[in-house]
Design a binder for this molecule. Sequence first.
Ligand SMILES: Nc1ncnc2c1ncn2[C@@H]1O[C@H](COP(=O)(O)OP(=O)(O)OP(=O)(O)O)[C@@H](O)[C@H]1O
Length: 257
Amino acid sequence: MIDAQQLHIRYGHEEIVKGVQLRLAPGETLALLGPNGCGKTTLLKALCAIHAPHAGSVQVDGQDLFTLSAPERARRIAYVPQQHRLVFAYSVIDVVMMGRLASRGLIARPAADDFAAVHAILHRLGLQGLATRSYAALSGGQRQQVLIARALAQDAPYLLLDEPASSLDFGNQLRLLELLAQLRDDGRAVLFTTHHPDHAFVVASRVILMQAGRFIAQGSPAQCIDRDQLARLYGLAPDHLERTLLAPHWSTHRAMG
Ligand SMILES: Nc1ncnc2c1ncn2[C@@H]1O[C@H](COP(=O)(O)OP(=O)(O)OP(=O)(O)O)[C@@H](O)[C@H]1O
């Protein structure tokens, strides 16, 4: 279990995450929703030790996350960032292999079983056609899929994904949701941020709503994702969803039909 208690996280003097508690258990998919800038990425970075909190604790399987070595952390937690730039001209295989070797250190050399595992993951995600392409030359959505492949290659029990669907086309979004459900069913713990309440509804076993650095609600998708909660979370008038999404859409359809 990842167990974060009373986390306060700052950039400089500005407190971004203001005292949150979060538990993530094997076999669950937890969706974190909240408006732009509310602190979702900042929180995820603290949960994988990229950014240290100034107060509070993060334990993973009973051990303080920040006392673990980088390889020990890599064996437990895989992180899919929102954006990622690589300095060197790595191929897709190289990037996915980084996940495979993350817990063995920088000078580890891949063996035959590493290549087999990487090819199996590329195949699972339908990315085999990109294997020898330059990562830097891929589209945004292709890069996002390769980063997900790299996290799978890490084979860690805890997966933290920051808006993993943000650049994906409709078909790949559905494939991603299916993958997240499979990972949960395999007993992994999955935490993902999203701006798609419908994605949370479909795949999350639990939802957290975050606003201005605090959790304002958590529970099942049915408890958290309704018109009033979404209006409150995103600062909309209660009838805004019907007014802007449904009414013009349905009237156009009716007129055409
Ligand atoms: N490296 C940084 N230095 C200073 N401030 C930062 C840094 N990264 C993020 N922030 C600030 O922290 C706040 C929270 O940012 P964060 O990226 O965690 O939000 P988010 O909820 O993930 O947003 P989005 O949905 O837009 O991705 C923002 O006000 C942002 O400007």
